[in-house]
Design a protein around this ligand. Structure first.
Ligand SMILES: NCCC[C@H](NC(=O)CCC(=O)O)C(=O)O
Ligand SMILES: NC(=O)OP(=O)(O)O
Length: 318
């Protein structure tokens, strides 16, 4: 594997899951693979899980790791071409990217949607410039439209906890005070569509996601109806995608906050969230603290998903 930005880069999901469970049994089996190889992780946005789990995965593979928080200590980067750089931005991404490529073997990039230009966001202009100009394999640590390391960890988690071959998985929108990207729900939908699970998406009207990601999912506007009989409840906030609602908060309706009353109509479902989560906005304290909440094992699987991806990229290095 050269780059990793979406589900298709992984190929056969069954094989990827087998590899994940093999690694989970013995995390240090491939500790020689990354010897003298350097991972550079670049963060344009904050992170707890991605940063720690990806670094741990790289260390399990024997790699060296460098982390750059672009907003803390690096020069301010210009991303648009053709701009007269007479403002506060010191360096252009077009020089910074190939320079960063000189110091490492693999690059991970976190760069959220900026909500200034939907076309740029949905064309993934930032991570695609890293792919084009770094000369290195690049993987997404959450880009503008997808968060594939998260979705892969979510899939591993569902496979570990499911009690039937074809569980009902419901992704529900939940309220949040700020405008959040669509990357996590887009990506989760993309990965769920690559399985044969019974997959349902529920959200208030106006929160329709890009049809490209919704795929064959059933969209149900009645949250309680959607949750009936669910085996997994995957909560997430996202901001509007369609038309003028792009990047906007349309509703903060706390009737959508996942509570015990919501979980009561499910098939004793497991509760999932990628974290960080705003308690009593997205989910009530009692639900996230309940035995059915698997948010911690879900986060733990981020180390495994990252390790499969790094292992495959290392195996593909010339
Ligand atoms: N990678 C996990 C989620 C990251 C991001 N959440 C956030 O920015 C939360 C910010 C806040 O709660 O203020 C998102 O939704 O894509
Ligand atoms: N779930 C996730 O990606 O968390 P961080 O934003 O903390 O990395």
């Amino acid at each position: 594997m050269r780059h990793f930005t979406n589900v298709n880069d992984l190929g056969d999901l069954k094989a990827a899951l087998d590899e994940a469970f093999e690694i989970k049994k013995d995390r240090f089996k491939y500790v020689e693979l990354g010897r003298n190889k350097t991972l550079l992780m670049i963060f344009f946005n904050s992170s707890l899980r991605t940063r720690l789990s990806t670094q741990k995965a790289a260390m399990n593979l024997g790699m060296n790791v460098i982390v750059l928080d672009v907003n803390q200590g690096a020069w301010k980067l210009e991303t648009e071409r053709g701009v007269i750089m007479d403002g506060d931005k010191t360096e252009h991404l077009l020089e910074a990217i190939p320079v960063m490529g000189c110091y490492c073997d693999i690059i991970g990039v976190r760069s959220f949607a900026q909500f200034q230009n939907k076309t740029d966001d949905y064309n993934e202009v930032i991570i695609n410039q890293f792919i084009k100009y770094s000369g290195r394999p690049v993987f997404s640590m959450e880009a503008a439209t997808r968060h594939p390391l998260q979705s892969f960890a979510d899939l591993i988690t569902i496979e570990e906890y499911k009690k039937k071959a074809r569980p009902k998985v419901v992704m529900t929108w939940a309220p949040h005070p700020r405008a959040l990207p669509q990357a996590v729900p887009n990506s989760f939908a993309e990965w769920m569509n690559a399985t044969d699970y019974d997959f349902v998406i529920t959200h208030p009207e106006g929160y329709e996601l890009d049809p490209k990601f919704v795929g064959n999912a059933k969209v149900e506007y009645d949250q309680m109806k959607a949750l009936e009989g669910a085996d997994f409840v995957y909560a997430k906030n996202w901001s509007g995608y369609a038309g003028d609602n792009y990047g906007r908060v349309i509703s903060k309706d706390r009737a959508w906050t996942v509570s015990a009353a919501h979980m009561a109509v499910t098939n004793n479902a497991y509760f999932m969230h990628c974290l960080p989560v705003r308690r009593n906005m997205i989910v009530t304290d009692d639900v996230i603290e309940s035995p059915q909440s698997i948010v911690i094992p879900e986060a733990a699987n981020r180390e495994i998903s990252a390790q499969v991806v790094l292992k495959r990229i290392l195996e593909g290095l010339e």
